[in-house]
Structures are given as C-alpha cells and as structure tokens.
Design a protein around this ligand. Structure first.
Ligand SMILES: C[S@@+](CC[C@H](N)C(=O)[O-])C[C@H]1O[C@@H](n2cnc3c(N)ncnc32)[C@H](O)[C@@H]1O
Length: 504
C-alpha cells in the first residue's frame, strides 16, 4: 500500500460517463442531490466536527460504507466487479482469522502465479471521471495534489449513494477504517505515551485537518454548490483519508502513481510475504505474483510494504503478533543537551544537514543505523573537536546517501553510553505504561465504548511490548560492548602498570 507522505500525479485511465447536474443545497442535516432526471437522493450526514480533545467522544459514523466484518457487502462487491469486467478469480472474499475479511483461495494457486488482473476501468485514480464533472474540474484548476483529490472524489461519489458508479465498492468499505486517525487526542496520550508513533499520529491528524481546512478556505467556500459543507466536512475527510491510508496502492510500474484498487484492497498483510501489488503492462491490469503456493481454503496475503509495527498501527490499525515482523523497529530519540558548551555550534551543524537538536533513529533487533552513532558522537564530543562537528552532522543525516562509517575511538565509549542511556530511559517509559495498563481505568460509559477502549488498549499493549523488546535487545548488546570495551581498557591499564613497575 502507498506511503502516505508521497504525493503523486496519476494518469491511470478509468472512465465513466455519468452526467449528473450540479449538487443542490439541502436542509440542515440532509443532503439532497438532484440529477437531470427528477430523482432526488437524500442521505443523512453528520455535521458534528470531531473534538479530539475529549476522551469520551466516540467518533461520528459516516452514513456510507459498512461494518468492517460485513461479508454481505463484500459479496455484492464481488458480484458487481465480475459483471463490470473483473476476470474469473482464484479467490473469494470470506470471513478470515487475520484481518476480519480477506481473500481466500478457491483453487490451487502455484508459487510465481500472477493473480487479480484488475483492469484500469475498475481502478480509482486522480484521473477518474467525476459523477459531478464540474467538481473535478474545479479541483484540477486549483492543482490539488492526488491524495486530497482522490479523498474529495471518494466523498463526492459516496454522497451519491446508489447513483455513483462506485456504489458497490463504497458500500463494502469500512465505515470506520482502523487507523490512528480515529483515535482521539486523549486516547493517543493515554495509550501511546511511551511510543514515538504517538507523535507521528498527531502530525498525521494535523496534516489531514490542515489539508481539509485549506481546501475549504481556498476552494469549497467559493463553490458551495459543488462542495456543500454538509457533505465535505472534517468528519467525511477523516473517513476518506482513513480509507486512503489503509487502502491506497502505489504502482511502481506507473511511476509510483497512486490508486484505489477495488478487490485487490481486500487482501490482508502478512509480514512473511514478499509480494506487492503493481500494474502489469503486458496484461494491462493490477496484479501481484505469489511468492508461495496456496491450497483451497487458505487465506492469500500480500505485503503492505516493509513497515514497522508502529507504522502498521498508524495506517492500518493493527499490530502483527509479537516477533513475527522482521522489519519491526522502534524510534529512539536522541538530543543535544541544552547545557552543552557547544550547543549552538552543534545545532547549526545539524541544521545544515536538515537535522535538529532532537532526532529519532530507528532501532531494529538486528542493529541500528550508522547515522545514529554519528549523531551520538556529535552529542558527546567536547569543544576541542569542534572542527569535526560538520563531518559528524553530515554523517548523522540519512539524506546523505553515500554515508561512510565514521569512527572516533576516543569518543566510542561515551557515544555508546549515551545510546544506552537513551534506550534505558525509553524502556522505563514502556515499563511504566505496561505496568499501569493492567489497572488502567477505562473510563467507560457504555458497552460499545468498553469494546473500543479494550481494543485500543490491547493494540497499544501489543505495540509497546514489541517496541520494548527491540530496546531490550539493544540494551543487551550495548551493555556487552561497553563491558568488553572497559575490560579491554582495564587490561591495557594493568599491562601498562606492569610495565611501569618493571622499570621501577
Ligand atoms: C487493504 S484493507 C484489507 C481488507 C480488509 N480486511 C477489509 O475487510 O476491508 C486493510 C485493512 O485490513 C486489516 N488488516 C490487513 N492485514 C491485517 C493483519 N495482518 N492483521 C490484522 N488486520 C489486518 C486492517 O484493518 C487494515 O486496515
């Protein structure tokens, strides 16, 4: 699935030719959409804006889509896709153990076999035709990038209910995608306090809010007939961005353009699998190639990318079972102390390379990046080494693709000790959360809320356990290295003393 941070211009080519006239305004809670024919479709839209600061506020549901586990809507989707040109499939949508709904083999599938073949006409991209062409034209005139363009497109089509060509697809989408976008600020603070993923979630929520506010100020408010606030509001944008974060696909063969690919987006992720969706120029469809055989009845998986557990929680709302994700990592924060005599010089050197006084680096069970140690060298280096600050800051930046390992034996011990201290400080935050989570008051006022809170807390506990496990591993390695280093120094010292005594 697509990296959220990238914004692509897409030229996939689905086309549809529905001629719907201007969207009409409607009463306070009801949106009326008038076509050229006299039929009027009404749908109730929540106008409640989200209040992320209130812990007990359950997010408002959207009036389209379905419950995450609805196989009825998914079966209707499969039927519609088949009648719309999806070739016969070796998989069916079913209720599954991993991911609630997923694609299950209905035939023997060989390793190395191409599957899916979703044609471009069944793909939603930035070039898809709008049921309200005027709305699409306005957004393109303003050069709205692909992500917000597709998000707006999805809301526009969803609000048309059965009149949209995509109605069967949208009805099978989750009404409330699982992702950290749906956690309130209080839930993030409470459950993810120890993890750096909390910052990423807040940043993402702010980006979505900022994008919506920008679209509203620059475009929607100037074209209220095309973009009525009853439909295009913060709540509907949270939904559409939640759908994009959890389902949008980046297609490397089409220069990394992004698209929603109905049917393909029913595939769940497995950390074991190394196969990705892409556009196949020879068959002119979205496919993936299996990296293992499947027997009838087995769930078929793809990879959503080489992501850590935190990143999977952030975009997709799940945490893989502990120890099963070889790409798992934890962000370790390092910083230059304000009391450092060379604070200003060090921060200036870092700024030159796009870094700041506080930086996070990913730790994996298999080790840590060279950049982290370079940052640690800079953080511990004394004023006498100011001539080396620039070199250290450059090596600490992962923007510098040709990074070579830099070594300062005289700083090695202090640098490793700093990394160890940071690990231990993080470990204690996780320990505090995990110990408290057992007795955490869930602040429940209804059974529905109980399910939600228990669910979120469990996700947070799973994430914290997996991140803490990596930190424990790093702690073990660092302690051993430091011990060996100090033993070596001691030996050298003893040897030196021995030689000195000999000459006495
Ligand atoms: C692209 S959709 C896959 C289809 C989805 N299961 C559905 O029914 O619509 C991505 C969503 O599926 C679920 N999912 C995918 N892989 C999963 C996994 N390994 N474990 C748990 N949930 C998973 C998550 O809810 C995620 O947000």
């Amino acid at each position: 699935m697509a990296e959220a941070s990238r914004i692509f211009q897409t030229t996939l080519m689905p086309s549809l030719s529905q001629t719907l006239s201007l969207r009409k305004h409607c009463s306070h809670q009801t949106v009326s959409i008038r076509r050229t024919s006299p039929a009027i479709i009404r749908c109730t839209i929540s106008t409640t804006s989200s209040d992320t600061s209130r812990a007990s506020t359950a997010p408002q549901p959207i009036p389209w889509g379905c419950e995450m586990d609805s196989v009825e809507n998914a079966a209707a989707l499969q039927k519609w896709l088949t009648s719309s040109g999806l070739p016969p499939q070796k998989m069916d949508i079913q209720t599954v153990d991993v991911g609630e709904r997923g694609l299950v083999a209905n035939n023997n599938i060989r390793k190395g076999e191409k599957l899916l073949f979703v044609p471009p006409s069944l793909v939603i991209s930035a070039n898809s035709e709008w049921s309200f062409p005027e709305a699409g034209e306005v957004l393109k005139r303003y050069n709205v990038p692909d992500w917000p363009l597709i998000a707006t497109y999805l809301i526009s089509e969803a609000s048309l209910m059965e009149s949209s060509r995509w109605s069967n697809y949208i009805s099978a989408l989750p009404r409330q995608p699982y992702s950290l976008l749906y956690w309130t600020r209080a839930e993030l603070d409470r459950y993810l306090e120890a993890s750096q993923i909390r910052e990423r979630a807040i940043e993402r929520i702010n980006n979505v809010t900022g994008t919506y506010n920008d679209l509203r100020a620059r475009i929607f408010s100037k074209h209220p007939n095309l973009f009525p606030e009853e439909v295009f509001n913060m709540e509907s944008f949270k939904w559409s961005f939640g759908i994009l974060f959890s389902r949008l696909v980046r297609l490397p063969s089409l220069d990394g353009r992004v698209a929603l690919v109905p049917w393909a987006d029913m595939l769940n992720h497995s950390c074991d699998v190394e196969t990705f969706l892409d556009y196949d120029k020879s068959t002119k469809g979205v496919v993936f190639t299996t990296d293992r055989p499947y027997q009838p009845g087995e769930q078929v998986f793809i990879s959503y990318g080489r992501k850590s557990n935190g990143e999977l929680l952030l975009s997709y709302g799940f945490v893989p079972t502990e120890g099963t994700n070889p790409r798992d990592s934890v962000e370790l924060p390092l910083s230059i102390k304000k009391t450092d005599k060379c604070y200003v010089q060090k921060v200036e050197a870092l700024k030159k390379h796009g870094l700041s006084a506080s930086q996070c680096y990913p730790l994996q069970v298999t080790g840590w990046p060279l950049e982290l140690i370079a940052y640690a060298y800079l953080a511990v280096s004394p004023p006498s080494m100011s001539g080396k600050f620039e070199e250290m800051a450059s090596a600490a930046s992962n923007k510098n693709r040709n990074n070579k390992e830099i070594r300062y034996p005289e700083l090695e011990e202090q640098a490793l000790q700093l990394v160890l201290d940071c690990c231990e400080s993080s470990i204690s935050k996780y320990t505090k959360f995990l110990q408290a989570s057992g007795s955490m008051d869930l602040d429940i006022t209804s059974p529905k809320q109980l399910n939600r809170k228990v669910f979120l807390k469990q996700l947070a506990v799973d994430l914290c356990n997996s991140e803490q496990r990596i930190l424990f591993r790093a702690q073990y390695i660092l302690r051993r290295k430091l011990r060996d280093m100090r033993r070596g120094e001691l030996k050298a010292l003893k040897l030196f003393d021995g030689v000195r005594n000999f000459f006495k």
